[in-house]
Ligand binder design. Structure first.
Ligand code: CP3
Length: 358
């Protein structure tokens, strides 16, 4: 396992004591309500579209200077309280040598979907050296970002498995579930492989100096609670346990996870991400006291007029206040899923200012 230095980002010492995002994530009182957005780096920003023009998404993720620049863009423009590393959940798979690409407007597409035991056994293991450009980018960012915390991330084993088994994005996850239910021994071998690679990727990011980590189990909400518990949860628990020694906040997020929320909040995470389908006070009731909540404005809201966005943000903030009365230990404002590509960048900047002003 990659050794995580006792002082994270040992070479670049940053004073993040007052960072509102980290205070909130630790259950302390932040100086202002922290706000950042999933997919804040991306096509909503003209400067992103300009710098990425003519370059391949996955190749961009292995270019440290470009990763540093794109990660910093939304921080400069919007004054968000955290940066999220510009990368993708399939970067560790690509680095390990799995044949795949990210197709614009589609998502990750795998050359040969993984459906047999032999294919699972042939999957290459990730070596930390293969993600060295990502570590290098993180090193650059520690200087670039000053006192803004940097969030590292990985795809959770289930969500990664769904791309590998389906061969690409999927509405019904039928091949994935066919393997899970019909060939559980193959499924468990695949999940074991992906768990190890996810841990390698996250530990490399932590060794390079990220200040928090988020695990995206974006598609976990397609499972029943019983199936989540049997086929997914043990692996997610292993991932979180393997990064506990870093001592940084761990965030767990998925979409449509209302029924799974209590389980997803009890796998070794300090912060639970909530999508927009359930109010934050309802989420607090489901996960029980002692959790920090992150979320959860519907991303489509940003297409409405400024007053409507502000009013709807206030509803989220009011639900967060009620969540606190129910035992939640903090709130990090975010959307309920990623920024949609056609979102007006100015609407995002206004929303950040509105949350900060309250
Ligand atoms: O700003 C950030 O949030 C950091 C960067 C980030 C990206 N992908 C960049 C990206 C993060 C955190 C991700 C995670 C990711 N990638 C997830 C989990 C989060 C979620 O949305 O549920 C998933 C499921 C993926 C897989 C993936 N990659 C999809 C579905 C897509 C969209 C395809 C498209 O073109 O609509 C991608 C591509 C991708 N990842 C883009 C970006 C900025 C768009 C690529 C481009 O600019 O052409």
């Amino acid at each position: 396992m990659t050794e995580i230095p006792a002082a994270l980002g040992a070479e670049v010492r940053r004073d993040l004591t007052d960072a509102p995002f980290l205070a909130a994530a630790r259950g302390a009182t932040p100086s202002r309500t922290p706000v950042w957005f999933m997919r804040q780096a991306g096509r909503s920003l003209p400067e992103y579209r300009e710098i990425r023009a003519g370059t391949n998404m996955l190749e961009s993720c292995f270019d440290p200077a470009l990763v540093c620049e794109v990660t910093a863009q939304p921080v400069r423009r919007h004054d968000v309280d955290a940066a999220i590393l510009f990368s993708d959940i399939v970067v560790p798979l690509k680095a390990a040598g799995v044949g795949l690409d990210i197709v614009p407007g589609v998502g990750p597409v795998v050359d040969e979907p993984v459906r047999s035991a032999a294919q699972v056994d042939a999957l290459p293991a990730l070596d930390a050296d293969q993600v060295a450009p990502v570590s290098e980018a993180i090193g650059l960012l520690l200087t670039e970002l000053g006192t803004t915390p940097l969030i590292g991330f990985a795809g959770a084993p289930f969500t990664l498995a769904s791309y590998l088994v389906e061969g690409g994005p999927s509405r019904n996850h039928e091949r994935t579930k066919a393997m899970m239910f019909g060939a559980p021994e193959i499924w468990h071998r695949l999940m074991d492989r992906l768990t190890i690679d996810t841990i390698t990727s996250l530990r490399a990011q932590l060794a390079a100096g990220v200040d928090a980590v988020q695990l995206f189990d974006s598609w976990a909400g397609t499972l029943t609670l019983a199936d989540y518990r049997e086929f997914v949860r043990p692996y997610t628990e292993r991932v979180f346990a393997a990064v506990a020694d870093a001592g940084v906040p761990r965030i767990h997020f998925g979409v449509g996870t209302g029924e799974l929320l209590a389980d997803m909040a009890s796998v070794g995470t300090e912060v639970i991400g909530v999508d927009w389908r359930i109010p934050l006070d309802d989420a607090a009731r489901r996960v029980g006291p002692g959790m920090v909540l992150q979320g959860n404005l519907d991303p489509a809201t940003l297409f409405a007029d400024a007053q409507t966005v502000a009013d709807r943000a206030d509803l989220v903030l009011a639900a967060a206040d009620r969540a606190r009365e129910l035992g939640a230990t903090g709130h990090i404002f975010n959307l309920g899923h990623g920024v949609l590509p056609d979102t007006d960048a100015d609407a995002i900047t206004r929303l950040v200012a509105h949350v900060h002003d309250r």
